[in-house]
Structure formats: C-alpha cells, structure tokens
Design a protein around this ligand. Structure first.
Ligand code: ZN
Length: 370
C-alpha cells in the first residue's frame, strides 16, 4: 500500500482540532493508533517545535538520553528473559506492516534492520572503527543487537569505572547513529561518520562531566584544570606536587605541574624516584618542582600539596621536621630564598587529582610535557 502522508499536519482535522480518525485508522497499526489518540492537540494552531519525548518538559538533556537508552536496554533484557517471541522493538517498520521502503536509505545494499542501521551498515562500521573504541564489527550477518550489547558488557578486565565509561560511549554512538539515520530519512540531512563520532564523543564527555560534578570529582585523561581549583593571581605560578609509592617501593615516582594565572598548565613532569615512605616522596616532589620553577624564572610561586603533614613541616622550624624528611625540607627552605614570593598550601586530594595521576605515570616512564 502506498502511503501518501508526508507530515503530521495531515493527520489532524483542522476544523475540529482533533485527530483525523479516518486517516489514522487507515494507515497505522492499532498499537500506534492508540498512542496517537492519547496525544492532546492544542486548540490553537501554534508554531511547531521539536520536543524530546522522554523528558517531562520536552527539553533534551544528555542525562535523559542516557537514562532512556539504559531503560530500553533493561526492558530488552527483561523481556528477552521472559519470552523469545514478544519483542516488539525488534520489529522493523516492514514487519509492522508500515508501508516504507525497506532498504537502507544510506547504502541501499541491505534491508534496514536495527542491526543494519546500528552495526553492519558500512557507515556504522566506519563510525565504530573510527571511534576511540576502534571496534571492528564482525562480518556475520546474524549479529543481534541485544547479544552484541551483552558481549560489550563483558569487558570485565577493565576497572569498574572504565567499563562504565565504555558503556556510556557505546550508548551515545548507538544514539547518534540512530539520529543520523532519522535525519537522513526525514530531513534529508547527511551526517558524516566523523560527525557521528565527534558528537558521540562530545556527548560522552558532557555526560561524564555532569555525573562527575554530581558525585566526587575524578581524574579524566588529559591535562584539564583540576576540579575546585582556582588558578593563581596574575604574575604568580602554581606548583602542584604529588608522589606515588608502589607496593614494592621499586617503582615509585614523583610528579608536578606548573600552572599560570590563566589556568594553563605550563609544565608537567613525572619522574621515577626511589623512596620508602610516601611523605619522603611528597617532599622530593616539592624540592624538584621548586628547582624547575627557579630554572624557568617563575619566581612568584604558590606551592600546593595534598600532604598536610609535609605542608605543616615546611611551615614550622626545621627542628620539628621528621628525621626522614629533614634534609629535604632544609633544601626546600634554602630554595625558597631564591623566590620573590613563595607560599605553601595544603589542598585536598580531590582538587589535586591531576598532579596525583602524574607520579603514577612516572612509575612506568619518566615524562616531561611543556
Ligand atoms: Zn546501509
């Protein structure tokens, strides 16, 4: 049956401001009809606007998209467990007897199933491979979406957070592939694979940032400005230091970063060092950072460490320092005399997460980024 309908407007009886029952009953599946009739129409011919159906107010948010996808997945798993027959979401438009062209509008090479749109279409394959996941969708035509999602979930060798972040990205890639397909079909708008990848990555970043701000701050790869941290005043630099002590003591390291007043990281150094106590490592990090700041001519400095004991020790007379760090603290006092201004601050670990990550990197390799 040929479907002459092009827009929702044609489903409305404009004289009576209600749904046109005759048209709807003719072209829609009973389930869809019932859903359409539940939608209340405005009495006035107000201007159309796009709404996001899964949120209360119709406004799109990354969070609601994520929850929507999670709900779909959960529902999918529930019904898959209870019945192998009742899977309405697996019905393609063709199976639901909606009169549409069943071939993929993008490649025209295969029938447009959910699996084709989201996984096996050459376009989808390019997206998966081009994403940071570098995933190659296997060639088998029998891939089933819910099975495929399950297999991704089995990435248990990664830490809990990494698994969560990977799943988040998978959800957003699926979501954007779906949007790209709808835009192509309904708006004749073509997204490139790079656009899908870029938007999915960006949405993932926004989502993780939003959830990070809701819970405790965490380190996300990249030299971004630490959370809850204010850059130093103009003309002053901030030195963030930290140390990491490995279990066997042999692969420990120190790390420090120097930031300017704009919050830009000017120097990031990680250096493997041997020490037996975390406190000693923290002191070594500050000493090394001070030397670096002097050699760069950064003579107004705010030194930040998340080791309260060390910051107190530096502020007090040398004789009150613990013996294990006394020589280093002495060096620190000496180096301070080279600066026009040098202050020491304790900052909580949450705000020092980036300096914190550097010494861990130092365990494997000495690194310097300027
Ligand atoms: Zn295709």
């Amino acid at each position: 049956m040929e479907c002459p309908l092009k827009s929702v407007e044609e489903l409305i009886d404009h004289d009576n401001r209600c749904w046109n029952k005759e048209v709807i009953d003719r072209f829609f599946h009973p389930t869809d009809r019932a859903a359409i009739y539940k939608i209340q129409l405005s009495y006035f011919n107000i201007e159309d606007r796009q709404i996001w159906g899964v949120s209360k107010h119709g406004d799109f948010s990354i969070k609601s998209a994520y929850h929507h996808l999670s709900d779909l997945k959960a529902a999918n798993q529930r019904v898959a467990a209870s019945s192998s027959k009742a899977r309405p979401w697996e019905e393609t438009p063709k199976e639901r007897r909606i009169p549409v062209d069943s071939m993929c509008p993008r490649c025209g090479q295969a029938e447009e199933t959910n699996e084709h749109i989201l996984l096996t279409c050459p376009f989808a394959r390019r997206v998966w491979f081009g994403s940071v996941l570098s995933h190659r969708v296997s060639d088998g035509e029998e891939i089933q979406l819910h099975q495929w999602i399950k297999e991704w979930s089995a990435f248990t060798s990664q830490g809990k957070r990494a698994v969560g972040e990977t799943r988040t990205l998978i959800s957003f890639i699926l979501w954007h592939l779906w949007n790209a397909r709808n835009d192509l079909l309904f708006s004749r708008k073509t997204w490139t694979a790079e656009e899908v990848i870029g938007r999915a990555h960006m949405a993932r970043g926004e989502f993780l940032n939003a959830s990070k701000n809701l819970s405790s701050p965490s380190y996300v790869a990249g030299l971004a400005t630490p959370v809850h941290w204010a850059p130093p005043p103009v003309g002053t630099f901030a030195l963030s230091c930290d140390a990491s002590l490995s279990e066997d003591g042999g692969r420990s390291g120190v790390g420090y970063l120097i930031w300017d007043h704009t919050g830009t990281c000017r120097i990031a150094i990680s250096d493997p060092q041997c020490f037996s106590k975390a406190l000693v490592g923290e002191a070594l990090a500050i000493r090394q950072g001070l030397l670096e700041a002097i050699s760069e001519g950064f003579l107004k400095l705010r030194v930040e460490s998340d080791c309260q004991t060390l910051v107190s020790a530096i502020r007090k007379p040398i004789t009150s320092s613990h013996l294990s760090i006394r020589p280093i603290v002495e060096d620190i006092h000496f180096l301070v005399s080279y600066f026009d201004d040098c202050t020491f601050q304790f900052i909580p670990r949450a705000a020092n997460t980036i300096a914190d990550a550097l010494p861990r990197r130092a365990r494997s390799v000495a690194g310097r980024t300027v």
